[in-house]
Design a protein around this ligand. Structure first.
Ligand SMILES: [Zn+2]
Length: 322
């Protein structure tokens, strides 16, 4: 009887902290060694505490938000939009840096190992592909697995409809990790899907009737955009921004630009415009920024949606769209 009262008081006193309670009950079993009834009561309470809170594996919501690690900006954007306040998103790429070149610090490697979900695009950041394979294969979310793929092109987010599909798949994954948040994840993914559908409609309308459909670009990042809106991408460099084009490739690109009647050669914001300028000068065209949205500029105030609209505002006049 006394034992039951004491244990009850201790459960109330320490109810907020499982570790403290386990410690108190263990202490009690030792102190009350001579009283069989109290020893038994304390032992039973300890078993209950361990069963309920101690060893069941960590559920993300017990420790606050689900920790989500994203390889680079567009994945961060989707994770934040779908996750809302139930997730805490870390972007591994630094603002203003070219995310293809990502090297993971030991601290970042630890964050991959500890994450509830790691969102990545296989083939985009080799060091993250490797870290996922070693540290987090079961907790990785492969964003490309949800959508129809184009060969050798990871820049899937530049098609808003595919990004909406990824958002839906991510909501399913987050709901599996954090079932209590499932309704919110699905609602936010649907809301993002609506905004992406609006964006898609704006693109389709603005690019419906154009004098030119070739986009001459310094970085072959726009395959999915071209695929969605029936444009033809003419890259003047390889897939990786740091790879300089060979003289032969440059000559071929210049010829293609001339043939297509391009009046604008596009370059991207995070790498040097030098290659685009060379081609533009030799065909008498101008240059303009078409942002592949691999990352935001440091201090940028926009987001994925606003940069996509900036790109559309550049594309329409450059292609002579009605
Ligand atoms: Zn790229």
């Amino acid at each position: 009887m006394i034992g039951r009262l004491v244990v009850g008081a201790m459960i109330r006193a320490f109810a907020v902290d499982t570790d403290q309670m386990i410690y108190a009950l263990l202490t009690m079993i030792v102190i009350c060694g001579e009283s069989r009834a109290m020893r038994k009561a304390a032992g039973a309470a300890l078993a209950l505490v361990l069963a309920v809170g101690g060893c069941g594996g960590s559920r993300p919501t017990d420790d606050g938000p689900v920790r989500v690690v994203a390889g680079f900006y567009p994945l961060q954007f989707v994770a934040e939009q779908v996750g809302g306040d139930r997730v805490q998103v870390t972007n591994l790429a630094q603002p203003g840096a070219e995310p293809h070149d990502l090297e993971l610090s030991p601290h970042q490697l630890a964050s991959v190992a500890d994450a509830g979900v790691v969102i990545y695009l296989p083939g985009f950041q080799a060091s993250l592909d490797e870290a996922v394979a070693q540290e987090a294969p079961a907790r990785a979310f492969d964003a490309l697995s949800a959508v129809p793929r184009l060969p050798n092109d990871p820049h899937v987010w530049l098609d808003p409809t595919r990004l909406a599909t990824i958002a839906t798949a991510l909501a399913d994954r987050l709901a599996a990790v954090d079932p209590a948040g499932a309704a919110g994840y699905h609602a936010r993914a649907a809301e993002l899907g609506d905004r992406l559908a609006d964006l898609d409609q704006e693109y389709a309308t603005a690019l419906r009737s154009c004098e030119r459909r070739d986009i001459v670009v310094s970085h072959a990042a726009f395959g999915y955009l071209a695929d969605r809106y029936e444009l033809r991408q003419v890259p003047v460099a390889g897939l990786s921004p740091e790879v300089e084009p060979t003289p032969r490739k440059l000559a071929a690109a210049t010829q293609t630009a001339r043939d297509s009647g391009a009046t604008t050669i596009f370059f991207e914001s995070l790498v040097s415009p030098a290659v685009a300028r060379v081609v533009a000068d030799s065909v008498g065209a101008t240059t303009a920024v078409l942002d592949p949205i691999e990352g935001l500029e440091p201090g940028a105030t926009g987001d994925y949606l606003s940069v996509m609209r900036d790109n559309l505002a550049t594309l329409g006049p450059a292609l002579g769209c009605a």
